[in-house]
Design a protein around this ligand. Structure first.
Ligand SMILES: *Cc1c(COP(=O)(O)O)cnc(C)c1O
Length: 391
């Protein structure tokens, strides 16, 4: 479904993808892209930092900007060391491979988590790791009793795979950016430790979680054996992620990064962008969260029978909109299109880009390229489309 829409959108590039381009109505088009926080483009400060980055050969450990990033991030996350990698997908794969050294090791994770659904089953096809998916609860957590049942089921058994690792995701993407409670992290860690199992945190949006909890990220990471962090989501960099953990873990991670083809040379150009993202996340992410809240409240005030939001579930930069009635594709299509009617009524040509998330929902994601003003425009457009669809 997602792919279909992306392809359909890609077929008509000029009309939508050029910000500020004209359209048939003669009113400049304004595009607000809520599909994901990966769509951000580096702003002037980030581009300047990239252009001026001091670089060296990182394969020799000689890129000062990469080193600076790795050291700053290690402090921020409260880990011994971190390693800069091209993507969070690679960060997760490397982490799983470090923790699960024997073929057929078992990995427990949520059945809707990114690592399980969107990463090509890399842990199976590349690492020979056997994933056991568990149902995700609405808060993005796993049922602890079920987790313990699965961890202990094969203990000492020659028939069962050996459970080596539990992967958690924070914030939890498929549940709409929910933040894992610290007490839950503590309980999972205790359980894991008592059976010799490690915990990896897919922290692609860890900084969103930290901001939502008003807590330094290290207070989250301290409950895990390793962590990944993505620079190309809310932090706004064009490329990059990292793995964090103990010294020996990162030494092994370095070898695996090499094996997977993720060793880079003058990567300081990329690390410089990541450093800008790390420097300003405390300003940017709260704004994203506030805009998401504003949208959710505004949508609720529209009091339409067609759409609803659970305000309590809006904890970070995402809003999960339940769609009653028309298929979510239809709603997305109308939010994306601009009609002469709309221009006549509002004097605007606003294209709101969104993907359907499930058969009954649409997920909207806020990021640094969306202003408070854009958010108001999205609400106006949404109201217009709801009136079009009628009760
Ligand atoms: C995006 C994402 C990833 C993968 O990151 P890439 O940099 O796109 O490889 C992993 N986990 C979560 C939760 C994500 O949202």
């Amino acid at each position: 479904m997602l792919r279909g829409l992306a392809r359909a959108a890609a077929r008509r590039p000029g009309a939508l993808w050029t910000r500020g381009s004209g359209n048939r109505t003669g009113v400049p088009a304004h595009v607000v892209d809520l599909r994901s926080d990966t769509v951000t483009k580096p702003g002037p400060a980030m581009r300047r930092a990239m252009a001026e980055a001091v670089v060296g050969d990182d394969d020799y450990g000689e890129d000062p900007t990469v080193r600076e990033l790795q050291e700053k991030a290690a402090k921020l996350l409260g880990v011994d060391r971190t390693l800069f990698v091209p993507t969070n997908t690679m960060a997760n794969l490397i982490s799983v491979m470090c923790h699960c050294q024997r073929r057929g090791s078992q990995l427990l994770l949520g059945q809707e988590c990114h690592l399980h659904v969107y990463e090509q089953g890399g842990v199976a096809q590349i690492a020979g790791v056997h994933s056991h998916p568990l149902p995700d609860l609405p808060h993005g957590t796993l049922d602890l009793a079920e987790l313990e049942r699965v961890v202990t089921r094969g203990l000492g058994s020659p028939y069962h795979p050996v459970c080596e690792l539990i992967c958690l995701e924070n914030t939890h993407s498929s549940s709409g950016g929910r933040v894992l409670p610290i007490d839950y992290l503590r309980q999972v860690r205790l359980l894991a430790q008592s059976y010799g199992v490690r915990v990896h945190l897919d922290g692609a949006r860890l900084m969103n979680a930290a901001v939502a909890l008003h807590m330094p990220p290290a207070r989250i990471v301290e409950h895990c054996d390793s962590v990944s962090l993505c620079f190309s989501k809310g932090l706004g960099a064009p490329v990059g992620a990292l793995v964090g953990g103990p010294k020996d873990f990162i030494e092994e991670a370095w070898r695996l990064r090499k094996a997977l083809g993720g060793g880079m040379r003058q990567a300081g150009v990329l690390a410089a962008a990541a450093l800008v993202g790390l420097a300003d996340f405390e300003e940017v992410l709260p704004t994203d969260h506030k805009n998401a809240q504003r949208f959710a409240k505004g949508l609720q005030e529209l009091a339409s029978p067609i759409c609803s939001v659970d305000l309590a579930a809006v904890e970070t930069n995402m809003v999960m909109v339940r769609v009653h009635g028309p298929p979510p594709e239809e709603l997305c299509r109308r939010l994306q299109a601009v009609s002469a009617d709309e221009v006549a009524q509002t004097g605007r040509a606003v294209h709101v880009l969104l993907f359907p998330w499930t058969e009954r929902s649409v997920r909207a994601v806020w990021h640094r390229d969306i202003s408070a003003q854009d958010t108001e425009l999205v609400l106006k457009k949404w109201g217009f489309v709801l009136r079009q669809l009628g009760p």
